[in-house]
Design a protein around this ligand. Sequence first.
Ligand SMILES: NC(=O)c1ccc[n+]([C@@H]2O[C@H](COP(=O)([O-])OP(=O)(O)OC[C@H]3O[C@@H](n4cnc5c(N)ncnc54)[C@H](OP(=O)(O)O)[C@@H]3O)[C@@H](O)[C@H]2O)c1
Ligand SMILES: *[C@@H]1O[C@H](CO)[C@@H](O)[C@H](O)[C@H]1NC(C)=O
Ligand SMILES: *[C@@H]1O[C@H](CO)[C@@H](O)[C@H](O)[C@H]1NC(C)=O
Ligand SMILES: *[C@@H]1O[C@H](CO)[C@@H](O)[C@H](O)[C@H]1NC(C)=O
Ligand SMILES: *[C@@H]1O[C@H](CO)[C@@H](O)[C@H](O)[C@H]1NC(C)=O
Length: 331
Amino acid sequence: MQFINQLLLAILASPIPQALSLEAQRPIAEPQTSISQPLIGFGTWNLNVSPENTSAVVSLAIQTGYRQIDAAAAYRNEKAVGVGIADGLKQANLTRDKIWVTSKLWNDHHGDPATVEAGLNQTLSDLGLDYLDLYLMHWPVSSSPSSHLDYISTWKSLLQLPKSKVLHLGVCNFSPRQLESLIKETGVKPFAHQMELHPYLQQNWWLDLHRALGISVTAYSPFGNANPTYDHDGKEYPPALLKNEALVEIAEKRNCTVAQVALAWGIERETSVIPKSTHEWYIRENFEASECVLEKKDLKAIEKVGRKFLTRFNNPSKPWGVKLFEGLDGV
Ligand SMILES: NC(=O)c1ccc[n+]([C@@H]2O[C@H](COP(=O)([O-])OP(=O)(O)OC[C@H]3O[C@@H](n4cnc5c(N)ncnc54)[C@H](OP(=O)(O)O)[C@@H]3O)[C@@H](O)[C@H]2O)c1
Ligand SMILES: *[C@@H]1O[C@H](CO)[C@@H](O)[C@H](O)[C@H]1NC(C)=O
Ligand SMILES: *[C@@H]1O[C@H](CO)[C@@H](O)[C@H](O)[C@H]1NC(C)=O
Ligand SMILES: *[C@@H]1O[C@H](CO)[C@@H](O)[C@H](O)[C@H]1NC(C)=O
Ligand SMILES: *[C@@H]1O[C@H](CO)[C@@H](O)[C@H](O)[C@H]1NC(C)=O
């Protein structure tokens, strides 16, 4: 608690540097042409059965009612996702401005404004879109060894992108110190921070800090270790989140599925949840998660699950040779 207060004070008391003038030219808070970020969205990582399947699944998600698509250059499927977006809009008789599209700048496009803009241009061309609702720095890490953690320059380059092409800017996977220095050195807070959040990694104080700063939070991997690429080194601990006994019990009591309980818990915390699935049934089930009503005692029980099974599944610190998530839980 003391740490949060110190961090908040440090951020809020920081001198406002000249970069704030960039913010003044670029009101990223509430552009009138965008819908607000929906609390439920559709994830597209590992959506790679085939390009045709990727497009069909994204289109189906929009027809099912999802109004937020979470894409990234690193997922190497933005062309197929773009075809799916176009088809979904057509089938659902919707215009582009009725959905929220997020994408992310990959580590190989950090640095000066031209490099960052080239990354955005590629993503827009692949997705077949004129603009993004939200563009995120995917990691505070550049793949160029000479500027490994030069996320401040990259943020300044992001701030120079034309508003006509990007309505909001944000980050993913930042540590408290990294977020603090980003804000202190540029005077511009991210609109959103996307991070790993699920019942096994609840990060309550970190979420509270974002609330206090007015930064919206998107919860990725809402089903924890359901993502098949999360390597557990052959360990069976923790048990599959979607089979967790306490969660199964809540699901039975509330007549929901465990996946819906995990999403409803995220929505209850006012985070935007972005589950991914290739299966029609799951896509619908996940979309209907807001109908799953949790009671106070369920939330208490889920808090206990978090203390017992605390695990962070997505941490490439070792392979990348950088210290990520310093000061956060599950590291
Ligand atoms: N910013 C970042 O660094 C970052 C990192 C990770 C993820 N993300 C974003 O967050 C999105 C979601 O996270 P994620 O893809 O890691 O994992 P996830 O959405 O938590 O879980 C996906 C897995 O759960 C399965 N599943 C989906 N719905 C289900 C249901 N109702 N019942 C049972 N199983 C179900 C899926 O199976 P099937 O696909 O076989 O149906 C898939 O194997 C990503 O797609 C990506 O857009 C961002
Ligand atoms: C996509 O592929 C999955 C896995 O093979 C399959 O179950 C699903 O029906 C396909 N989805 C669509 C919309 O074609
Ligand atoms: C599609 O939407 C437009 C504008 O909202 C509406 O005027 C039109 O009737 C709709 N068409 C169909 C087939 O629903
Ligand atoms: C990005 O695309 C715009 C056209 O939309 C072009 O003017 C600009 O030069 C491009 N930037 C880079 C770095 O390729
Ligand atoms: C439980 O949920 C299912 C599916 O949403 C619904 O059809 C059924 O009527 C519900 N049962 C009760 C007892 O609420």
